[in-house]
Design a protein around this ligand. Structure first.
Ligand SMILES: CCCCCCCC/C=C\CCCCCCCC(=O)SCCNC(=O)CCNC(=O)[C@H](O)C(C)(C)COP(=O)(O)OP(=O)(O)OC[C@H]1O[C@@H](n2cnc3c(N)ncnc32)[C@H](O)[C@@H]1OP(=O)(O)O
Ligand SMILES: Cc1cc2nc3c(=O)[nH]c(=O)nc-3n(C[C@H](O)[C@H](O)[C@H](O)COP(=O)(O)OP(=O)(O)OC[C@H]3O[C@@H](n4cnc5c(N)ncnc54)[C@H](O)[C@@H]3O)c2cc1C
Length: 672
């Protein structure tokens, strides 16, 4: 427990909740962090970063004007970057880029988002993934030392999803051995890149490569955009901010265009393809889509990002629900804590379970990613399509579930949840964007569906398929799967549902084609079902991974930890079985009686988890500085904090605002 938790007076209800908790909280923290070493490392990093005191604001960030907010975020980004560069990277190494500890710690500095996030989040990973060793030697140390600050500009005003449709051109000029970058239309303006508007001096630009009169598709380039002394944009570069957004307002999302702007040939990132001095184009990579590598990397990291943010929201909502009392369901009895309402438990406990499910699945996906990367270093790209399919659907579902449940946490906090000082609206505005960026939800599920339909065709042809779809061979009968409500039975039924939906899609596509329609049109006519099939596949992957891994991870834990972790995982499985009862009725032998039994089991689980609820969110181990919430602080001084924050509002700086004299008084005196 950190010192701030020991010294303060804790709300009596929360104290009682903590006494009720029957399991060892620290063991669950270790599980959530991925092991004891990871917890110790995280705490060390948090101590280093937070004890600097640099994260403290005198006026709440949300009360500042747009410019002041950006200014404050840059100030704190510089301090945080110095800490990351000098102290944190030494502890973690570059693994930190795939480890949410940096983001988690950054939350103490920024209630919104750092304008430097994309520097470490995408600029540096793209240098690592897309540059030759020689290029890395030139750019990586400068980027890690923060001598240069970068953004990742791929999306344009006209196209985000359809990368092949990007319009920015990079035309090679062998005379000067330079690329000429150009934005031929308004829709070709780069748009959205985080950190680009006012902060970055370099930028990765994804552009259509032309050499010897031929287009070779999109490729990444490192482009200096501003003078390193004056920070003025170079001639030929137009750059600015895209305007106010739903969230991310300190992230400096920018636009960028080029007017025949020249960069040296060596600034093309040449790990996967090269242009020689004479303009000859040489393909190096064995897989065409390796230039999309940074996106795959970020999608993998976003699964844990979704988990951490949901865990934060759940911590706030559960602690608040233990402090808040409301209504009088029994005459003459005291008002209950709202967490005692089963409907409140139904809103909240799935959030705790989902945070664990996504964290565990995110860890597993990260390990898979590293294995595929190691294979690729050895020249084998066979597992890339499976990784793309997995990272696409897991990114889509994790961000979508997380955003929906964070909003549910806000609902669970009633009116006070709507306060920015609860931090729930800001967490939501950040996470709901993750459903769109780095590949929109529907678009990514359709990528997974493409893989699934191909896998199904392999199964039909009697060929073997990759591990995550091997269930297709087992579950692919026309018979309904026999229902049983053990965890393994539920998982098998989900797999059967996915398999049946995928096979039905394949059949539908064929049926359409028999009427003379081409494959592409038949595919479009099937996309509503394809998205649903990909969602079912993804859900079965999460359920299976969560269940298998939690069983493995708790094998050496104390009994009560095992019990409570199993209760949460079972709650997750049953919750989704009930949510998807239509699918189960359609594709398994589940009966109304079975569903009633599941519903009863679900309600029993809510009651069993209830006494441990506060302990479970304490185990997420968020320091108050990171949670930044009036409703969720460890001590539960909810009302005091709400009042304290209210008084910090600039609208409370005096009893009468100037607007009274300027407008209201003249109006009331009939002088306006
Ligand atoms: C101070 C704090 C520090 C903290 C530090 C760290 C933490 C940071 C954490 C988090 C920060 C992150 C913050 C991020 C902010 C946002 C950034 C952005 O948004 S950047 C823009 C992203 N843009 C997209 O994602 C576009 C989405 N579109 C696409 O990806 C493509 O256009 C796609 C996949 C939809 C279609 O691509 P096609 O048109 O080239 O491909 P087709 O024709 O559909 O398919 C051809 C084949 O290629 C495969 N394919 C496609 N993509 C692939 C891939 N990536 N890998 C492997 N194969 C792929 C397909 O499966 C298909 O395979 P078959 O032919 O069926 O075998
Ligand atoms: C906060 C934020 C930060 C961002 N940061 C960056 C950044 O740093 N760098 C960068 O390059 N980009 C960035 N982006 C851009 C982001 O990657 C794109 O917005 C995202 O990929 C979605 O593309 P789009 O905006 O073109 O949406 P669109 O593709 O226009 O989507 C609109 C709708 O059309 C649907 N749709 C599109 N294509 C299809 C299809 N083939 N089939 C079915 N439906 C389809 C989608 O499902 C969606 O509902 C950021 C975006 C946001 C919101």
């Amino acid at each position: 427990m950190s010192t701030d938790k020991m010294s303060v007076k804790v709300n009596v209800d929360l104290q009682k909740e903590r006494q009720k908790c029957n399991f060892n909280i620290q063991e669950v923290t270790f599980i959530f962090d991925g092991g004891k070493e990871q917890t110790l490392q995280r705490k060390k990093i948090e101590d280093i970063a937070l004890n600097s005191g640099a994260s403290i604001d005198s006026i709440p960030e949300e009360c500042l004007g747009l410019k002041e907010r950006y200014d404050n975020a840059v100030r704190k980004s510089c301090i945080y970057s110095r800490i990351v560069k000098n102290e944190i990277l030494e502890i973690t190494g570059l693994e930190a880029l795939g480890n949410p500890v940096l983001r988690r710690t950054a939350d103490a500095f920024f209630k919104e988002i750092s304008p430097f996030m994309l520097h470490l989040g995408m600029f540096v990973p793209t240098i690592i993934g897309q540059c030759t060793e020689e290029q890395q030697a030139k750019w990586l140390p400068r980027a890690l030392e923060m001598q240069i600050i970068g953004a990742y500009a791929q999306t344009e005003l006209g196209h985000g999803t359809f990368i092949r449709g990007l319009e920015t051109t990079a035309t090679y000029d062998p005379e000067t051995e330079e690329f000429v970058l150009h934005s031929p239309t308004l829709t070709s303006y780069k748009w959205w890149a985080g950190g680009l508007g006012n902060t970055a001096n370099h930028c990765i630009v994804v552009a259509q490569l032309y050499t010897k009169g031929q287009c070779h598709g999109t490729h990444p380039f490192i482009v200096p955009i501003r003078d390193m002394e004056t920070h003025e944009p170079f001639p030929g570069v137009k750059v600015g901010d895209v305007g106010v957004r739903m969230g991310f307002n300190t992230a400096d999302n920018g636009f960028l265009s080029f007017n025949h702007y020249r960069i040296p040939r060596e600034n093309m990132m040449m790990k996967n393809a090269k242009v020689l001095k004479d303009g000859t184009y040489v393909k190096v990579a064995r897989h065409e889509k390796l230039t999309y590598g940074t996106m795959v990397f970020v999608r993998v990291t976003l699964v844990k990002e979704a988990a951490i943010n949901l865990a934060k929201a759940a911590t706030i909502a559960v602690r608040y629900s233990a402090v808040r009392r409301q209504s009088q369901p029994k005459p003459d009895a005291p008002e209950p804590q709202i967490i005692d309402y089963p409907t409140q438990q139904h809103k909240l406990f799935i959030c705790i379970a989902t945070a664990h499910a996504l964290q565990i699945t995110g860890d597993w996906l990260w390990r898979t990613f590293k294995d595929v990367l190691a294979d690729m270093r050895g020249g084998n790209t066979d597992s890339l399509p499976e990784l793309h399919a997995l990272s696409s659907c897991l990114k889509a579902i994790s961000t979508s579930d997380s955003a929906a449940y964070i909003e549910q946490c806000r609902f669970a906090c009633g009116g006070h949840g709507y306060m920015l000082s609860s931090n729930l609206p800001l967490i939501y505005s950040f996470v709901t964007a993750t459903r769109t960026y780095e590949g929109d939800y529907t678009v990514l599920l359709l990528q997974t569906a493409r893989f699934l339909v191909k896998a199904w065709e392999q199964v039909e042809a009697g060929k073997s398929v990759t591990p995550t779809v091997s269930y297709l061979t087992l579950a692919a009968t026309k018979e309904k799967v026999l229902w049983n409500d053990f965890a393994e039975g539920i998982i098998r039924s989900f797999q059967a549902v996915a398999a049946r939906k995928i096979s039905a899609c394949a059949e539908t596509i064929k049926r359409h084609m028999k009427t003379g329609i081409c494959y592409e049109d038949a595919w479009q006519l099937t996309t509503v079902r394809l998205v649903s099939a990909a969602e079912s596949h993804c859900r079965s992957v999460i359920c299976q991974t969560y269940w298998n891994e939690i069983t493995r991870l708790t094998a050496s834990c104390s009994t009560n930890v095992k019990i409570v972790m199993e209760q949460l995982a079972t709650l997750y499985l049953i919750y989704w079985a009930l949510e998807r009862s239509g699918d189960l009725l359609r594709y398994s032998t589940i009966s109304e009686k079975d569903l009633n039994r599941l519903q009863e089991r679900y309600e029993e689980l809510l009651a069993l988890i209830r006494p441990n609820a506060v302990g479970l969110v304490d185990a997420f181990d968020f320091r108050d500085e990171i949670l930044r919430s009036t409703l969720g602080a460890y001590d539960g001084r909810v009302y005091e904090r709400l009042m304290e924050e209210a008084l910090k509002s600039p609208l409370n700086d005096g009893p009468v605002q100037a607007s009274f004299h300027k407008y209201i008084k003249p109006l009331t005196k009939g002088k306006l």
